[in-house]
Design a protein. Structure first.
Lengths: 605, 240
């Protein structure tokens, strides 16, 4: 790295005050500036932060959006999910391969393009989608691809840097660079007039303890899937001793098929920021953090603008809404491509600029969270609910939903249905009612709450969406009878294997073994003993893993075994034993070296 | 440690524990062996291997990172836990390349010893055959990544005990590897053969050169007694 590059890294380090805990932002800026994080940059960063190079590498190598080696100047990432495949992602991928003359995963010879798969980018209602640098493209068809590639090439014709226009000022937008509104059906939470700060003003009419009391009475539970009572979380955090208290808004939304938090942040950012600020008031916090997944970087500019406006309105900063001593501000931390960072303790590690490996509990984040201080981590939707609850009262909220599941739930609906999108529905609705609403009369399989949730077969379509029955983070993927359930389960298994953080053995190794076992099933080569072994392995991974990722990674396999046993039976190998590797596969390397297929053995007649 | 004592129950045996102790520390002191791999008595626990998973008050948790608390009910030696622990040991076997018959650590290897203790005959899962390199750049130590089980003992020892931070993880998931603090390999780091980090490896990943066969096969630690028997020799406590 030449000296001007070194000084560019140094000025990035100065921008973040050479703060070790801001390593995420530092690396994001270096990656953005140079397209990768070189050995020299690692060294410069380590020296400046007073840590070892190996610690910087540890963190950088963890995130999918950071590179240690230069790749193409334009990064094309195609969303790889069961839904995107249904909608034709494979065909779009072939079109990119053809237009660029490189295979998926490759970089063009001139160093201009890298095209690769990535995990779900949160556009499941408008697949196939892609991320080109920070820009989101949706509803792609193979016919769009030549135009996209031409538009990307145009500015680089003179050999200058390629610019992906993320803003109209940077040139004509790329074809299909549009994210359309995802909200299809608004309920009590999202309807009715409200202005920025309504939630805060309602909260300030109460004491912080009374706010927590109101949230507790509302029976609000975490909307990210775990369902922990929010009032209790806030009370524990408030009463925990610490130098500072923090509220963290979890916008890591990485579960396959979910995008309701993106919708909230796009269309109701003031409601969400009201919720964060209300939590700040209730907890006695001075700082709120929003952890925004790297895939949603395109929202960052607009969200920063909203924050700026809120500061000018006195809704953030010092003496908020004229309340002496209520000082609070919000910082948005961008992630960099790691599903596990949505797990709350992994999120904290990531926020502190480390690899996103979950922490052991106890201590819980409510006692020792961000920077070892008491921290409440709440889902985007949970905080939006909290803002509304203080505005409208706990009884308004408990009048909605069921006895154990108060309020409404934002459902991200995708797949084989007429009207995909976000639906705000009261808890207690049955799967059948939901399917009717979204236009899915021929649903044969519904994956509720993402791959870590439930594979629901038609016999269970009478079950209810509620914490006491089918609990969900909102992800609802609908498949008709023409879809291959076991192949979808394999895609889910593959997703978990790719997103395992690697910290603990059962998840690191087990998720890969599960994927391999499922490959054998799908190939029709698994015997009854193989299926029994796969089930046993799944149960071990579930019981022995350290965090929710490993504990739920076997679910797509185990729950399809339970609910669709006939599909496993149909693929069963009739033999008592089949080798893991076919003779053909075993010989593949030798065939490649020799350049010829083995000669068939002569059969004596 | 404040020194306040209380009791926990482990497989129906009541044992004394001290405030600040983890379950595994309390059990070690009482002579109850909980199988473990990444835990080392001199290092801060990190919960990587999950072999010490016990049923704690009805839920699974790692004994090395779970603080003992008064009245806790712990299940350790059960059929299900033994099966799960053996499955985890098998995973480590197939993840790396572990040729016990000609490995320098045979008889002194905690992974091998746990395989024997937990009744592993041969791995039932497919070998992954990863391509990993040997780092022989250091004059006194070599790193055989084939054997690394990512237990993080050397990482913790180098950071906390040696104050050197020679090691860290790199990558994630099944691609995760042990990394050293120099582009040119271990030889360019601050590592010395007398470091704590050089002596805590449970397998034969960190090997001191020219020392390997000082103790011949057949008279090594686990050739003479199963792993954990040193702890079990201290057995005390009373049956509930």
């Amino acid at each position: 790295m030449n000296s001007s590059n070194t000084s560019a890294v140094e000025s990035i380090l100065k921008e973040f005050e050479e703060d070790r805990t801001r390593l995420m932002d530092i690396i994001l800026a270096v990656q953005q500036r140079f397209g990768h994080v070189s050995d020299e940059a690692v060294q410069t960063i380590a020296t400046s932060l007073g840590i070892h190079a190996v610690e910087v590498e540890d963190m950088v190598s963890f995130y999918a959006f950071f590179d240690r080696q230069p790749r193409g100047r334009v990064r094309i990432r195609l969303s790889r999910t069961p839904i995107s495949f249904m909608k034709g992602a494979n065909e779009v991928a072939r079109a990119f391969e053809e237009a660029l003359g490189i295979p998926i995963g490759g970089t063009s010879a001139d160093g201009a393009f890298t095209v690769e798969w990535t995990s779900d980018i949160g556009m499941a209602d408008q697949e196939p989608s892609a991320l080109i640098d920070g820009v989101v493209l949706t509803e792609l068809t193979p016919a769009d691809v030549p135009g996209i590639v031409a538009a990307l090439r145009a500015p680089g014709d003179d050999g200058g840097p390629l610019v992906v226009p993320s803003h109209p000022s940077e040139g004509a937008p790329l074809p299909k660079a549009v994210v359309r509104s995802s909200l299809v059906h608004a309920g009590a939470l999202l309807s009715g007039p409200r202005g920025p700060g309504d939630g805060i003003r309602a909260a300030l009419a109460l004491s912080p303890e009374q706010v927590i009391e109101e949230i507790t009475k509302s029976k609000l539970r975490g909307r990210g899937g775990a369902g922990f009572p929010t009032g209790m979380k806030w009370r524990l955090t408030r009463k925990a001793a610490g130098r500072d208290h923090y509220v963290v808004c979890n916008a890591g939304e990485g579960e396959l098929g979910t995008f309701k938090d993106r919708m909230l942040l796009t269309e109701f950012p003031d409601l969400v920021f009201d919720g964060v600020t209300v939590a700040g008031y209730a907890l006695g916090a001075r700082q709120g953090l929003v952890y925004l997944r790297g895939e949603y970087a395109y929202l960052l500019g607009a969200l920063q603008d909203v924050l700026k406006t809120r500061r000018s309105l006195g809704l953030l900063g010092t003496n908020i809404c004229g309340r002496e001593g209520f000082d609070f501000d919000i910082r948005i931390q961008l992630g960099a491509g790691a599903y596990i960072a949505g797990e709350e303790s992994a999120l904290l590690e990531s926020l502190e600029g480390k690899r996103g490996a979950p922490r052991d509990r106890p201590p819980f984040p409510t006692e020792r969270g961000y920077l070892q201080q008491p921290t409440a981590i709440d889902n985007v939707e949970t905080l939006a609910c909290a803002a509304r609850i203080v505005e409208k009262g706990a009884t308004w909220f408990t009048a909605l939903g069921t006895k154990e599941s108060a309020g409404t739930k934002l459902m991200s609906v995708t797949g084989d249905c007429a009207r995909p999108g976000v639906y705000e529905l009261p808890f207690g609705i049955t799967v059948n009612e939901l399917l009717e609403l979204v236009g899915a009369p021929d649903a044969a399989y519904v994956q509720v709450s993402g791959p870590s949730g439930h594979a629901v077969a038609p016999k269970d379509f009478g079950r209810r969406i509620a914490y006491e029955d089918l609990s969900t983070n909102g992800s609802t993927m609908i498949f008709n009878a023409h879809r291959e359930v076991l192949e979808i389960a394999l895609q889910f298994a593959d997703f978990f294997a790719g997103e395992s953080c690697g910290w603990c053995t059962p998840c690191r190794v087990g998720t890969t073994l599960l994927r391999q076992g499922m490959e054998k099933v799908v190939a029709g080569r698994a015997t009854l003993a193989d299926i029994a072994a796969l089930e046993s392995l799944g149960n071990t991974v579930m019981r022995m893993s350290r965090c929710g990722l490993g504990q739920s990674a076997p679910k797509p396999i185990l729950s399809t075994m339970r609910n669709f046993p006939e599909l496993y039976e149909a693929r069963l190998a009739p033999d008592s034993f089949t080798p893991r590797v076919t003779l053909q596969d075993a010989l593949r390397e030798a065939v490649a070296v020799q350049g010829r297929e083995p000669v068939a053995e002569e059969v004596e007649v | 440690m404040s020194g306040a004592t209380f009791y926990i129950s482990v497989d129906g045996v009541e044992i004394e524990a001290t405030e600040g102790q983890s379950i595994i520390e309390a059990c070690d002191a009482a002579g109850i062996y909980i199988p473990r791999l990444c835990h080392h008595p001199d290092l801060k626990p990190s919960g990587n291997c999950r072999v010490c998973t016990c049923r704690i008050n009805g839920r699974n948790g790692s004994a090395c990172v779970t603080p003992a608390a008064h009245g806790m009910v712990v299940e350790n030696n059960t059929r299900e836990l033994t099966d799960d622990r053996r499955a985890v040991i098998e995973m480590l076997y197939v993840e790396g390349n572990h040729p016990c018959p000609y490995c320098v650590a045979s008889g002194d290897c905690e992974l091998q010893a746990l395989g024997y203790r937990l009744g592993m005959v041969a791995p039932t899962q497919p070998y992954q055959w990863p391509a990993r390199k040997i780092d022989a750049t250091h004059p006194d130590i070599y790193l055989d990544h084939d054997r690394c089980i990512l237990c993080s003992r050397c990482i913790r020892a180098s950071r906390m005990e040696d104050g050197k931070t020679v090691f860290a993880f790199e990558g994630r998931g099944i691609a995760m590897r042990l990394n050293v603090d120099a582009e040119g390999g271990l030889g360019e780091t601050q590592m010395a053969a007398i470091d704590k980090a050089a002596g805590v490896c449970p397998v034969a990943c960190i090997v001191i050169k020219r020392h390997s066969y000082r103790v011949p096969n057949g008279s090594r630690r686990f050739d003479t007694a199963p792993i954990g028997s040193d702890i079990e020799a201290k057995r005390k406590g009373r049956k509930l």
